[in-house]
Design a protein around this ligand. Structure first.
Ligand SMILES: Nc1ncnc2c1ncn2[C@@H]1O[C@H](COP(=O)(O)OP(=O)(O)OP(=O)(O)O)[C@@H](O)[C@H]1O
Ligand SMILES: [Mg+2]
Length: 364
């Protein structure tokens, strides 16, 4: 879906009248501390039931208020909303007029991805963000993944509990057996997906990092040595696992590495190039989601001016034009977004001041 009308109420410093967005590109301009990131965070919350900035949901409600609301109507009339009341502790989710209990229901209707100045630091910093990124794509693109992952997580929990409680060897061996099977099915879906992502990534890299594109590849590590059976590896490491109380190998430990030639990308790219790379990767994923779901994914880009020079922003503009996606971009001034204005003038511009959002004319 793409969001047509958005209402954000008492979320961080935002308490605005509803705004009407373009289904193409939206620019959100405002000073430091005005509420730009908060607006993206509210949209992200609607798509994921969590924030990209904090794991503490109580930080999201406006100071001295008890309830926040984020709701949206898409361009086809579907209404989606979430409200969190810290007085009663209740979370209310409404999708097309029907009440739901689980935040995960939201993600079935809306595919939101975000890029912030921090995200590439996190992305190149450790496996957690990379895992999250890949699994988000998997969730939307491979419909079997959601059930496989749920089942896998349940088994992993059981097996870890066995390891911690030093359960008898028959019980542990049962859970090891099912754990291996579940790991293999999850790893297979991931391998298929990474393969599709690699293919889709190529044209985006050609557009955004033309000089490097040819030599960049993605290498997938499934969570254990792919030349050996997981069962054998676990048998060899039984003592270590019992000592640590956790499963040390398996689909939960997967990672992806990005390579230029045979060398890991992280230290070979400048910060601006890292950002372009991450944008290309996100665009590739958005494209895959769009193909499968036949819905427009929503792409949030926070503080676009950071790290990107004029040339890079022009490349980004070309890429966004290629992408059939609703894009919401923040910047501290209009000058930063000038190179991103689409040639067909199909965009909207908003100004944020002290948490109030207002539409402004398109003339730059
Ligand atoms: N729970 C809250 N209630 C009220 N205000 C809050 C809350 N949490 C954060 N704020 C304030 O909201 C304001 C907006 O923050 P936000 O991060 O959205 O700004 P921004 O426009 O993205 O700024 P920058 O350009 O510096 O990134 C800040 O002044 C912040 O202190
Ligand atoms: Mg910000």
């Amino acid at each position: 879906m793409s969001i047509e009308k958005l209402t954000v109420f008492d979320f961080r410093n935002l308490a605005s009248e509803p705004i009407v967005l373009s289904d193409n590109i939206n620019f959100i301009i405002g000073d430091n501390g005005s509420g730009k990131s908060s607006l993206l965070e509210a949209i992200f919350y609607l798509g994921h039931g969590k924030s990209f900035r904090t794991s503490q949901v109580e930080n999201l409600v406006m100071h001295n208020k008890v309830k926040f609301v984020v709701s949206a109507r898409d361009h086809k009339g579907l209404q989606l909303g979430v409200a969190k009341d810290f007085g009663t502790g209740l979370t209310e989710i409404r999708i097309a007029g029907e009440k739901h209990r689980q935040l995960s229901q939201l993600a079935k209707n809306i595919a939101v991805q975000v890029i912030t100045p921090e995200s590439f630091k996190l992305f190149f910093g450790g496996p957690k963000q990379r895992r999250r990124f890949v699994d988000l794509g998997l969730f939307h693109v491979k419909h079997m993944f959601s059930d496989s992952w749920k089942e896998f997580s349940r088994i992993l929990k059981q097996r870890n509990a066995c390891l911690r409680s030093k359960a008898d060897s028959e019980t542990l061996s049962y859970w090891t057996q099912v754990f291996c099977q579940a790991s293999v099915s999850v790893a297979k879906l991931r391998a298929e997906y990474i393969n599709e992502l690699s293919q889709e990534l190529k044209p985006w890299l050609v557009l955004m990092l033309p000089k490097l594109a040819e030599n960049i590849s993605i290498s997938y590590m499934q969570g254990w040595n792919s030349k050996k059976s997981l069962h054998d590896i676990l048998a060899l490491n039984k003592e270590r696992e019992l000592k640590s109380g956790f499963s040390l190998y398996g689909a939960q430990k997967f990672d992806v590495k990005f390579l230029i030639g045979n060398v890991i990308i992280d230290n070979q790219l400048s910060r601006g190039q890292q950002k372009l790379f991450l944008l290309a990767l996100t665009f590739a994923q958005a494209k895959l989601i769009e193909k499968v779901k036949r819905v427009k994914p929503i792409l949030l880009i926070d503080d676009v001016g950071a790290e990107l020079d004029l040339n890079s922003r022009t490349l980004l503009n070309q890429a966004i034009e290629e992408l059939d996606c609703q894009v919401i971009i923040t910047a501290i001034d209009r000058v930063a977004v000038e190179p991103l204005v689409p040639s067909d003038n199909n965009y909207k511009m908003f100004h944020v001041k002290h948490g109030l959002i207002s539409a402004i004319g398109n003339t730059l």
